[in-house]
Design a protein around this ligand. Structure first.
Ligand SMILES: Nc1ncnc2c1ncn2[C@@H]1O[C@H](COP(=O)(O)OP(=O)(O)OP(=O)(O)O)[C@@H](O)[C@H]1O
Length: 960
């Protein structure tokens, strides 16, 4: 150990290289120590740490060589030298992009050389050390051998020697271990050397490369510098030239500025003089302005006065405009009145709003005028051709409330209380709002009430307010027409019973005699009945699936009013009709029930159209009988009624074609004139007639007496034969008059035949049309016979009585009723009226129609017979029919108050019973009497053939 330590001290360069680490650490410590001291002492030499920190990166070659001289590089450790070399390279590569300056390269060279030498020296040292160790090992082995020999001498000595040997062995082992360690160190050093060698080689190569690149770069830079220098020199020359130019320009500019200055000076002087001049004229202008102000004030005052004047004129204009609106309203009213007078069917158009479920809300309605104009747009067309204008009495937009709609309908409905027949019907495709308008969406809310409820409600209120002067009885019927079958909706049982319809219009507007008639006293009664009706309709609807759309519902309101002052009786009927959907069902698509429904709807609506258009054309024949619907509405579509049609529209573009066909229909309807409506009043005319009848009755009584006196004489038959009077029983006077050719009747009736002939001719016409067979060839053909038969069947007794007497008795009684012209009586009957003639020509079913469509007076007579004041059962009628005619006639002359009870029992004064009389009795008996009762009544009518009456008339005729 000791030797080893000593040997360390002997190593060259004073570096302890027992291990490489030791060498490095010690070396760096040794190096740093003196260098640091040197720096601290102010020596300018630089130490190796600076070298390591790249201190020499920017140092000159001389500085580096100085540094290397001053500092013993041999004292630096190998590791630090390596790191110095690496750092130099890294730094230079980072800084200069691989260009290593010469000085750094030389420094590197020095460091690398030093490291080379050091490795060489170390190698040498290690070799020497190895040989030293070997010699020592030899020495020790010899010592061991000596000692072993000595040990064999004495055991003690041996032991001592052994101990020494062991110690020596241990030492040897330690030395061997150390040797091994040193050998390992040497091997590691050798390896390090090898790696350093390779590093040095690569470094050298890199250095060479860098040097070459650097040299190239330097050359490039030098050439660039030369070029830049030349360029700069050129620029300097250019700049000098420019400087000379700008100097010249500055001089020129200065000269120009001076001339400008002089010019401005001159201008200033000019402006000054101009300003002086202007201030003078400003003064003048001020004065002028003041005078103008005065003038303007004057004009302003003048205009103010004018404006005030205009304001006054405007106020009067506004008033006029307001009046204009009033006048417009008045005009509308007047127009409606004219329409009423003309008997035009009023047409109101109502457009329903889009429903919440409708997704596309594109409307076909372009414009709705307050005057009833409606413009519809065709969505598939463009330009003018896409628009169509329609004109109606009124157009209600989607926002119109139920109340607004009713307000415009109210007056019409109110006229029912004045004895008019009114018909309101809603026409339009399915879902267009017909039921909404007529009934309303719900009954629970008053706001939603449709025309039906509001109408009845209004009628009740009005009748209440009039009750001091007129007492009213209101009754309702509600029927449904489905597949040409009429069903009573108020019976309570829902059996599908097809009800019969009168073949002609009835004076009381009753078209469906078998439908139950329900007297109503209040709105709640109506609501109750409506509910029953709707329920019955709904039950039908469930059975037949949405039947309400395919059936017509008719609510008939019958009003009878008695004027307490004049004893006039008013009869008004209101038909409120919710028609089936008007859309044309494609027959090719519909089958079975649907096809049947479609056919029936199409048929009935076409029939309605035909009736309306026949009326419009004043056609002699109105085809009421072509459908149940037109039959039911006959009394309200004929001459005396007021008719209103609601045209319901769905604004959706998809419904365009339906909308157009609905509007076209409505447009034609709106042009229809039915003739002036007439009130069903039983007034003075009736009473006068009654008075005449009373006179006649007296005359007949007197003549009867005379006849009975004559009959008492024995030569009676001869006398009778001589007179040539027809025998009673073979033909009644009425029959005679009808069966006789018109010319002969003319002769027999004197002045009146003209009228009678006309009436008969009308009857003939109606017969012709009603039968739908031409009778033109022969007036006495089958058709005429049919007419004759029908006339016999349906002719009301009262008319018969009146006409019979008029023709054959009255005309021969100038002495009885002196000064009274029989023509007047016919005028009273309305037969002289040209209109009535026209209307008579419309009769399709004989005298009953005639009675309705002529003056109210005749209707009243029929009414008395058909509709007694109190309901009388057929049996009672039969019993009462035995009342002697004298008594009846006497009764008829009584005042109405007394008359009412008796008139109800008025039997026909006809001698010959007929089917017509049976019909009368069925009608008078009760509105609820079934058609089957007609037969019973017919049977009972034989009883009506009162002996006294027949003998009375027979004898009177004989006498005459
Ligand atoms: N003026 C309206 N305001 C609000 N909703 C309306 C109006 N008119 C109709 N409707 C609604 O449109 C729908 C169809 O109306 P409605 O049933 O009255 O048509 P419709 O013509 O009677 O049909 P249908 O022929 O099938 O009986 C209903 O839901 C109804 O509430």
């Amino acid at each position: 150990m000791f030797e080893a330590q000593n040997h360390r001290k002997d190593l060259p360069g004073q570096i302890y290289l027992s291990t490489l680490h030791d060498v490095d650490d010690h070396a760096s410590n040794n190096l740093r120590g003196p260098l640091t001291n040197t720096l601290n002492t102010g020596n300018k030499s630089r130490d190796l740490s600076k070298l390591m920190d790249g201190y020499f990166a920017d140092a000159s070659a001389t500085e580096i060589s100085d540094f290397l001289k001053l500092n013993s590089i041999e004292n630096a450790s190998t590791r630090s030298l390596f790191s110095v070399a690496k750092k130099i390279l890294d730094e230079n590569i980072e800084r200069k992009n691989g260009d290593i300056p010469n000085r750094v390269a030389s420094l590197l060279k020095v460091v690398v050389q030093e490291m080379d030498q050091r490795f060489f020296r170390q190698n040498e040292d290690l070799r020497k050390q190895k040989s030293t160790y070997k010699s020592r090992e030899e020495k020790l082995r010899t010592k061991i051998r000596v000692l072993e020999t000595l040990a064999t001498g004495t055991t003690e000595e041996n032991e001592v020697v052994l101990n020494q040997l062991q110690k020596t062995k241990i030492e040897m082992m330690e030395i061997e271990e150390k040797k091994k360690l040193e050998e390992e160190d040497i091997i590691r050093l050798l390896k390090q050397k090898e790696s350093s060698d390779s590093q040095i080689i690569t470094l050298k190569e890199e250095l060479d490369l860098t040097k070459r690149t650097y040299e190239k770069h330097c050359f490039l830079l030098e050439t660039q510098a030369k070029e830049a220098k030349v360029e700069l020199q050129n620029k300097i020359v250019e700049l000098e030239c420019l400087l000379a130019d700008s100097r010249k320009k500055v001089e020129e500019h200065q000269a120009l500025t001076q001339s400008k200055y002089r010019r401005w000076k001159r201008k200033e002087l000019g402006y000054k003089s101009f300003l002086d001049f202007n201030s003078g004229s400003l003064q003048d202008l001020r004065m002028l302005c003041n005078s103008l102000k005065q003038e303007i004030l004057q004009i302003q005052n003048f205009h103010m006065e004018e404006i005030n004047h205009l304001g006054l004129k405007l106020t009067s204009l506004v008033e006029a405009a307001q009046n204009y609106h009033a006048v417009l309203e008045e005009n509308r009213k007047l127009y409606n009145e004219v329409q009423d007078l003309k008997g035009n069917i009023r047409v109101y158009c109502r457009i329903r709003p889009f429903l919440s479920g409708q997704s596309r809300k594109q409307t076909t309605i372009e414009y709705m005028g307050e005057n009833g104009d409606l413009v519809v747009k065709n969505p598939s067309k463009q330009g003018k051709a896409s628009h169509r204008l329609f004109k109606f009495n009124k157009v209600f937009g989607p926002a119109a409330s139920q109340e607004e709609v009713f307000l415009d309908t109210q007056q019409l409905i109110r006229s029912v209380l004045d004895g008019y027949n009114v018909c309101i019907f809603a026409y339009g495709q399915t879902g267009s709002g017909k039921t909404y308008t007529m009934t309303g969406p719900t009954l629970s809310s008053k706001v939603d009430w449709g025309v039906n409820y509001r109408a009845l409600n209004d009628l009740f209120h009005l009748s209440q307010s009039r009750k001091s002067s007129i007492t009213y009885d209101v009754s309702v019927q509600m029927v449904e027409i489905y597949n040409e079958q009429v069903r009573d909706l108020l019976t309570g049982n829902n059996q599908q019973k097809n009800l019969g319809i009168w073949n002609s219009t009835q004076p009381n507007g009753l078209a469906v005699p078998d439908a139950s008639m329900h007297p109503v006293k209040s709105t709640s009664d109506v609501l109750e009945l409506m509910n029953i009706g709707l329920l019955n309709r709904a039950v039908g609807a469930t059975a037949l699936n949405e039947r309400s759309s395919r059936s017509h519902s008719v609510l008939s309101v019958h009003v009878r009013g008695m004027d307490l002052k004049t004893n006039t009786i008013l009869r008004g009927n209101l038909h409120l009709v919710d028609l089936a959907g008007s859309e044309r069902v494609d027959r090719s698509e519909a089958t079975g029930d649907r096809l049947r429904e479609a056919q029936h709807i199409n048929k009935s609506l076409s029939a309605l159209g035909d009736v309306i258009f026949a009326l419009a054309q004043k056609s002699p024949h109105v085809p009421y009988r072509n459908s149940k619907l037109t039959q039911v509405l006959q009394s309200s579509l004929g001459g005396q009624a007021k008719t209103l049609m609601f045209v319901q529209l769905n604004p959706d573009v998809e419904s365009y074609s339906e909308t157009i066909s609905t509007l076209k229909f409505a447009e034609r309807v709106s042009g229809v004139e039915l003739g002036a409506a007439q009130s069903n009043k039983e007034g003075r005319g009736v009473r006068e007639l009654m008075e005449q009848v009373a006179l006649l009755k007296d005359a007949v009584a007197r003549k009867d007496e005379e006849i009975s006196l004559l009959l008492a004489k024995p030569n009676l038959s001869a006398e009778k034969h001589a007179l040539g009077l027809p025998k009673y029983g073979s033909s009644s006077p009425r029959r005679h008059s009808i069966g006789t050719p018109r010319s002969s009747r003319r002769i027999s009736v004197g002045k009146s035949p003209k009228v009678v002939g006309k009436a008969a001719s009308d009857m003939d016409k109606s017969s012709e049309y009603s039968d739908k067979h031409s009778e033109a060839d022969s007036p006495l053909s089958d058709g005429f016979r049919h007419h004759k038969e029908f006339f016999q069947q349906s002719r009301p007794a009262a008319v018969d009585a009146t006409l019979g007497l008029t023709e054959e008795v009255v005309s021969r009684l100038p002495s009885v009723h002196k000064g009274h012209n029989i023509t007047d009586e016919f005028e009273l009957l309305g037969f002289e009226d040209a209109d009535s003639e026209e209307r008579l020509s419309d009769i399709s079913d004989g005298v009953l129609s005639m009675a309705t469509e002529t003056e109210g007076s005749v209707a009243s007579i029929v009414e008395y017979t058909l509709f007694p004041e109190t309901s009388v059962l057929p049996s009672e009628v039969i019993a009462e029919s035995t009342v002697p005619p004298a008594e009846i006639l006497a009764e008829s002359t009584k005042p109405p108050a007394e008359k009412s009870s008796v008139s109800a029992r008025v039997p026909r004064p006809e001698k010959k019973p007929s089917q017509g009389s049976s019909r009368m009795s069925s009608a008078r008996s009760s509105t609820k009497v079934l058609p089957s009762s007609k037969k019973a009544a017919t049977g009972s009518s034989s009883l009506v053939k009162s002996n006294s009456t027949s003998s009375l008339l027979k004898s009177s005729r004989r006498r005459l």
